[in-house]
Structures are given as C-alpha cells and as structure tokens.
Design a binder for this molecule. Sequence first.
Ligand code: FAD
Length: 394
Amino acid sequence: MKNRYDVLVVGGGPAGALAARTAAEAGLSACLVEKRPAIGTPVRCAEGIGKELLKDFIEPDERWIAADIRRARIIAPSGDTIKLEQHQAGNEVGYVIDRKVFDRELVWRAAEAGSDVFVKTRAVAPIMENGAVKGARLLACGQPVDVRADVVVAADGVESKFARWAGLDTTVPLGDMMSCAQYLMTDIPIDAESTDFYLGRDIAPEGYLWVFPKGDRTANVGIGISGRQSRDGSRARHYLDRFVAENFPDGKVIEHIVGGVSVCKPLPCTVADGLMIAGDAARVVDPITGGGIFNAMFTGRMAGQVASECISAGDCSAGALMKYDEAWRVSRMGKTIERNYKVKDYFVTLDDAKLNTLAASLANIDMKEFKVSTLIMELIKRNPKMLMELRALK
Ligand code: FAD
C-alpha cells in the first residue's frame, strides 16, 4: 500500500466500488479499503434491483443473476392481492441478484481500472489538518498505517462512522431506521418468477415483508419493521418467524442475516473539506422500498467524477466538492428520495383497514409499468383524499 493516493475510498460495497472505479478510469491514483476479509460477504440485502437501473453500470451476467422476475404481488392485510404482470412489473424489481458475486464483480472492475484494493483494512480515523480531511488512519491486517489523499470518499454503509469522525452529524432518527431480519430459505413452495410484498400491522409494522425468489424453491424471506416498533418480544425476527411458521413450515433456513436500513432524509450535506459521502453512508436509500444498491452506485460514480474534476482543478474544499452534493440532489434519484420520504411518512400512519381499502381500489389495475411512482399516481387517482392527506404532511 502506498502512503499517498489522489482518492481513498472507505468501504467495498457498490458505492465504494463505483467511486474507486470512476476515479481510476479518470486517471487518478485510487485506493479502496474494506474492513472485512472478503468483498460481498456477509450479504445484508434482499438483492432485488430493477433491470433498467442496472443497465447504466453493468451488463447482465448469469453469474450474478439468481432470478429473472416476471411479476410482482402486493398482498394486503385482508389477503387481497395486487398482481402486476411482466410487462408492468419489470421496473422496480427486475432481477434478484447474488450480491456475493455482484459486489465482487464491481470491485474487480475497480481494480481492473487501476484502483488498489485492500481487504481486512479498516479506516479507524480521518487524518485532519485545519479542519480538512487529508486521508485516513487505517488498520491493515491489524497494522496501523496512515494514508494521505486529496479526497476521501466515505462509502462505509449504513453503519458509517467516518463522516461522524470528521465532524458531520449522521444520526438517523429511530423511526427512520428499519430493523431487518432475513432468512435465505430453501425447500419452500414459491412462485419463482414473482417478488411478493406483504403489508399489515400484524405482519410488518411500519414496514413490509418480502419473498424474493433465488431459484425454484429458494428465496430471500425477510422483513423490515420500523425501529420504533421493535421491542422485546416483537423484534423483526419474531414477525418473520411467525410468517415462516404459517407459510413455509417445512422450509429450511440456510442463511440468517440481520441489518438496518435507513429510510430517513439524506444527510443535509454530503461533503466537507477533502471528504465526500456516498451510498448508505449518505443516507440515500429509497425511503419506501428500502432499495439502495442503485443509489449507492449512482452516488459512488458521481463522487468519483466530481473528485476527479476537483483534483484536476487543485481545489478539494467543501465549496468545490459541493458540486457533487448539488448534482445528486437535483437528479431523478434525489427527487425520488425527497418525494418518497413524504409518501413513506404517510403510509406509516395507515392502519390495516385503510391499507385494505387502498389495495381494493387497485383491483383490476392495468398499469403500463410497475414503478412506485406510477403506483402512487394510481392510488391518488382512485383515492383523491389521499392527495390532500399527503399535502398536509410537512
Ligand atoms: P454497503 O454495501 O453496506 O458497503 C459498505 C462497506 O463498507 C461494507 O462492506 C463495510 O464492511 C465497509 N466498511 C464499513 N466501515 C468501514 C471502515 N471503517 N473501513 C473499511 N471498510 C468499512 N437494496 C436494494 O437495492 N434492494 C434490496 O432488495 C435491498 N434489500 C435489503 C435488505 C436488507 C435486510 C438490508 C439491510 C438492506 C437492503 N438493501 C437493498 C440496501 C442495500 O443493501 C444497500 O443500500 C447497499 O448495500 C448500499 O451500498 P453501500 O456501498 O452504500 O454500502
């Protein structure tokens, strides 16, 4: 490991991989460090992503596509099901991927572009000079080493600490932190071409439960509930166990994960002098779906681009790096997060009766595409009062 790079990226997830790759492709010296001993594990993800969203970053490859999805079903507390068939359902969840392979592929591409990559290397503190980030102190296989850089990209995920160490407030309100549990289950009767979403206070309070297929009889069966609903005896895993006992009593759990998903507003500012924050660390997960793979890649790539421009111009101050913050906020991704945060805040107030009414209003729906935005438009069209209720939210 050299002790100086143009760009140092903390975290080897999708955000970090795209930041390092983009910086290296722009001719910068880049270094990506990942605290875990292997990229891509453990997987903390339901692994669903829209085909359209992926297109810009990587061409589809059967090595990491676990299931090609043809339909989606949203199951209301009453059991009423909204079915969205293939020509409508491709947009939000087009593939269920294998992130162990996918994340490695992304990092491999960063390495191929010329970035250095070090696993088992943890950033433990920023190097600060006159209030600016100038690199990071790392523990590389337990050995302390200081690496200086013009720009550090903090892509250290939902549990991000780097930005906080550098002085930014990265707190997520409890109600905006989804507490998740997921089993990779096998030997279960599923529709291997459908992603299923279950709603309801008794199923997943202020969240949803998902069944995302990964093969004929294998699926990610998981749940996210609001942090404020999680308490002794009613944690995410308890709801999940209840669902599994009722629906897949003979299934076998071959992997068990827990994790958090922030469904808050993005950080008020995602840059500081010498520092950019990307992906989950910037809190850019979609507040309704909890999807963050695309947003991580999108912001990671944008961070790499702006870092390269600023380094070429010799100015890596917060003012110069601000171009990154402004650009992602006005992008479609930024606008979607802003809108979906308000809609999410509305949905969490709904009781089961209201959810049932909304689901019933979508019976026989014929949408041209399955996107959260289109679904919301349809809901508003069929339930005009909903618009007023949404507008009443701040
Ligand atoms: P991460 O993928 O979390 O990568 C951050 C990396 O930084 C990690 O590898 C971590 O080890 C490393 N790191 C942390 N601190 C340090 C340090 N100090 N030094 C070095 N390395 C460090 N999104 C979807 O799009 N679709 C889904 O279906 C979906 N399902 C989900 C289900 C669950 C249960 C959870 C928890 C999340 C889900 N998400 C989903 C969200 C998605 O997983 C994340 O949004 C995505 O992984 C964010 O990418 P990232 O690169 O920002 O962070």
